[in-house]
Design a protein around this ligand. Structure first.
Ligand code: SF4
Length: 109
């Protein structure tokens, strides 16, 4: 079983344990936001204890996964990130990545 599958079992099941699931969307967004190293592969994107801050409950981590995944699916897409419409653009060190119309409008000439 891989790290992602293990985290799914721990957090998504009735076990409801503290673990963050890093799928491809979460991995991509976390790298772009600078939450993990740009060179970190998905298996090494997990905090050492798998859950991050002690202040975050299993429900918090479940919600965090869903929110970041949704951002990755709807806004911070692999090929065409819509940075101009992104709610995190003010905090994102990678704003302008990709080739969307928003990105081209943002780039200096
Ligand atoms: S500003 Fe752009 S690169 Fe950064 S998280 Fe938002 S969509 Fe992704």
């Amino acid at each position: 079983m891989g790290v992602e599958a293990a985290a799914c079992v721990l957090n998504f099941s009735s076990l409801a344990m503290r673990a963050i699931v890093v799928d491809s969307h979460v991995h991509r967004v976390a790298k772009r936001l600078g939450l993990i190293a740009a060179t970190a592969d998905a298996a090494h994107a997990y905090p050492p204890d798998g859950s991050g801050s002690d202040h975050w409950s299993s429900d918090d981590l479940f919600e965090l996964h869903g929110l970041i995944k949704g951002l990755g699916q709807l806004v911070c897409e692999q090929e065409t990130p819509q940075c101009g419409a992104c709610p995190l653009k003010a905090q994102c060190p990678r704003i302008g990545v990709g080739h969307s119309a928003d990105v081209l409008a943002w780039r200096g000439r």
